[in-house]
Design a protein around this ligand. Structure first.
Ligand code: 5GP
Ligand code: MN
Length: 314
């Protein structure tokens, strides 16, 4: 399968990824956006995403992302990326619903093949790796390579998670040969943290609690703490990964307050626990080893519910 075949006889293309765009979402969608802009100047392409983190704004085309979905229009083709269900498209879902033809590129195990045509491989490291497969290698420019490489490193934790495969490394090798500054992309977008981010992570780790004889670890960041440390939800990336690498832990649970009596829950597993199944049970989704959901109630009640689910799998 090649992206090219989809673009035949198409005049307008809409693209979108999930709400609260992460590296893979931004990288995969911008890669496709830049590809169409470069090789199909006759096609009108619009990329809809919620505002993206500043660290991703160096990517080519980032300043052309459209955040406003108020206009009504019908696209010849709409491509949803890194999204397990229509709801995760947020406001852009309406363009997906009205498009003449829909396509989905994704790697979430919870994806129920909601488009007309689907390119879904849960074993793939990232949606960006799937975009790499859909493009002719010779047509991947340095700008496109930066997008795909960034997406891959974010969803693999710089090639550390088990979703990393020989295919991932081969793709990364080819992308490195496109002249990208790969170490700068890794340092500036993955490892670098602001002082405030390090401090809130420190607080979250100090506050963490072990459950199930040390097999589960959980911590909560409240809205008050985010205000105190001057951070936003998007700055909390990395905390759950740090919890996961605690010795003897099988599953890590991270909550942050995202509304009145509402918490965003991030789940990570070291293999024994299927956290996608737990997230899906409460209306979320994700992967076997990394999943998420938004839940309502007190943080104590939510942690208790999640810990009970983890216990039943151990
Ligand atoms: P994170 O914990 O980093 O926010 O997300 C981990 C994985 O779970 C990602 O692949 C993400 O797409 C998925 N995920 C996170 N939150 C939600 C959610 O509320 N709903 C669904 N369907 N998937 C989620
Ligand atoms: Mn992804």
């Amino acid at each position: 399968m090649q992206l090219e075949t989809l673009l035949k006889d198409v005049k307008t293309v809409g693209l979108a990824g999930h709400q609260k765009p992460d590296g893979d979402c931004v990288g995969s969608t911008l890669a496709v956006y830049n590809y169409i802009r470069k090789y199909h100047p006759g096609i009108e392409v619009v990329l809809y995403l919620e505002p993206i983190p500043n660290i991703f704004k160096f990517l080519n085309g980032a300043d052309e992302i459209v955040h406003d979905c108020s206009a009504d229009r019908v696209f010849d083709l709409f491509i949803a990326m890194d999204c397990g269900d229509i709801g995760r498209l947020g406001d852009a879902a309406k363009y997906f619903e009205t498009a003449k033809r829909t396509f989905c590129i994704d790697h979430h195990i919870s994806n129920d093949s909601f488009a007309d045509e689907n390119y879904i491989f849960p074993e793939a490291s990232s949606t960006s790796e799937l975009v790499f497969e859909l493009l002719d290698t010779d047509k991947i420019t340095k700008e496109i390579a930066e997008c795909i490489y960034l997406g891959i490193i974010h969803d693999t934790g710089v090639f550390q998670y088990s979703c990393t495969s020989a295919k991932t490394m081969n793709a990364a090798g080819i992308l490195m040969e496109k002249g990208i500054n790969f170490s700068k992309i890794v340092d500036d977008t993955f490892f670098e943290k602001t002082y405030e981010q390090n401090r809130i992570m420190g607080q979250a780790l100090v506050d963490s609690v072990l459950y199930l004889d040390g097999k589960c670890i959980a911590t909560v960041v409240t809205a008050e703490e985010m205000q105190e440390f001057q951070v936003e939800p998007k700055h909390l990336e990395g905390i759950v990964q740090q919890l996961r690498v605690t010795k003897d832990v099988e599953a890590a649970v991270f909550l942050y307050e995202n509304g009145t009596d509402s918490f965003k829950v991030s789940l990570r597993s070291n293999g024994k626990v299927d956290v996608a199944a737990i997230a899906m049970k409460f209306g979320g989704g994700g992967h076997v080893r990394a999943a998420g959901v938004t839940m309502s109630g007190s943080s104590e009640k939510i942690v208790a519910q999640i810990v009970a689910e983890i216990e039943s799998q151990l």
